[in-house]
Design a protein around this ligand. Structure first.
Ligand code: PMP
Length: 395
């Protein structure tokens, strides 16, 4: 039996022992939150509210100004935020060509996008962002990824956020990839709002968070309307609750929130160890992939990067390569466009005509996008796993 080598951490990470324990501990005790008067309800409510604090601590948010709203994932968090920022169709949102669809499509729905483009290595400079911020009309929001899910590139968030802040632009960070790999200090960085997903940081699916200034949620209607989000309802009127309840209609995923907070505490407990281990993994990925004949790797080869690599092997379709790595070597990777079509189009150097043709094909129901294979590692990955990938690719 081949050993299973999980190199798909950027998609989803397995739950850690500590997270599993936190869920197991709560399973016999959980009950309804907030309105239940019984001991189990009060205990569950306390654990749920504590979990919010754990999320705020992880990302360095000030609990006096900010609140963590629990969502299903990053996608839901960014959709809720785009809905809540009261954007008008003519408002401009500055974003980048690096973004996952989750940080493009919600903004596109509510405002006009001004996109900071990338070079052939898939990176942009803080100066490019400044140029976009200074163009007229002045943007209202900057929505940027903390790290790319395709190339693992980590942009200079401090420089970008500072420039936006100085211009009074609201800074939103998609931290789905950054949160499991780097300590984040929203307050020091000057980041206004941030979204993350539990299932990418050692907690199960179905738990995510939007960390947002309380004032954003003070007025207006939430994305989801329903029970728990209100103070009073009649047929003619609704008095909405305060944050965060207003934006958490429906029975919440308490087990998910507690799991997410346990994962956050575990990350905070040993950043130096995690950073050192992942630095070695990143170097090992570089070394292994650089000795594979006919391999083309995408993304920058220096600067701050997560242990993530996107590549193609000459003459082998990406889907076939991923399938063979699994079937013949027990290595789990991912292939395709990684929900970042515009970024992949740049990395693959597709012409506008080619992109247009893929759109036509997609409209006709054919889905044959070009793409790449992605190998991604995390705290749970060993050097042996990365070497196994190199050996399989060379073979
Ligand atoms: N942003 C980035 C950078 C991601 O990598 C992902 C997940 N691939 C998302 C957003 C969306 O996360 P989710 O599917 O958990 O909503």
């Amino acid at each position: 039996m081949t050993r299973y080598v999980d190199l798909d951490a950027a998609a989803t990470s397995s739950a850690s022992v500590r997270v599993v324990q936190a869920v197991q501990d709560l399973l016999p005790w959980y009950s309804s939150v907030h309105r239940g008067a019984g001991a189990k309800s009060r205990y569950t409510s306390a654990r749920y509210e504590e979990a919010r604090e754990g999320v705020l601590r992880l990302v360095g948010a000030d609990p006096r100004s900010h609140v963590a709203v629990f969502t299903r994932n990053t996608t839901e968090a960014l959709n809720a935020l785009a809905f809540r920022l009261d954007l008008r169709p003519d408002d401009v949102v500055v974003t980048t060509a690096v973004e996952h669809h989750a940080n493009l499509l919600p903004w596109r729905r509510h405002a006009r996008l001004r996109v900071v483009d990338v070079d052939s290595r898939g990176t942009f400079t803080p100066e490019q962002v400044v140029t976009a911020l200074d163009r007229s009309p002045a943007p209202r929001v900057l929505a940027v990824s903390g790290a790319s899910n395709v190339t693992g590139w980590v942009p200079d968030l401090a420089a970008i956020a500072t420039a936006a802040r100085e211009r009074g632009v609201f800074v939103v960070v998609d931290a789905a990839q950054l949160a499991p790999h780097r300590p984040i200090d929203m307050t020091a960085l000057g980041v206004d709002a941030l979204a993350l997903s539990g299932h990418k940081m050692y907690a199960p699916f179905g738990s995510g968070a939007l960390v947002v200034p309380r004032h954003v949620l003070r007025h207006g209607e939430p994305l989801l309307a329903g029970g728990g989000a209100v103070r009073a309802v009649s047929f003619g009127d609704v008095v909405w609750a305060d944050a965060p309840d207003r934006d958490e209609a429906g029975s919440p995923n308490v087990l998910g929130a507690v799991a997410l907070a346990a994962a956050a505490d575990e990350l905070r407990s040993d950043w130096p160890g995690l950073l050192a281990h992942e630095r070695v993994l990143t170097e090992a990925l570089d070394a292994e992939l650089s000795t594979v004949p006919g391999l083309r790797r995408y993304g920058p080869s220096s600067g701050d990067r997560l242990p993530v690599a996107a590549f193609n092997l000459e003459g082998v379709p990406h889907g076939l390569l991923a399938a063979r790595l699994s079937a013949e070597y027990g290595i789990g990777v991912r292939s395709g466009c990684f929900c970042a079509h515009p970024y992949m189009a740049r990395l693959l150097d597709l012409t506008e005509k080619q992109v247009e043709r893929f759109h036509q094909d997609a409209r006709a129901g054919r889905r044959q996008l070009p793409g790449a294979v992605r190998a991604s590692a995390n705290r749970a990955t060993s050097i042996r796993d990365v070497i196994a990938l190199g050996e399989a690719l060379r073979a």
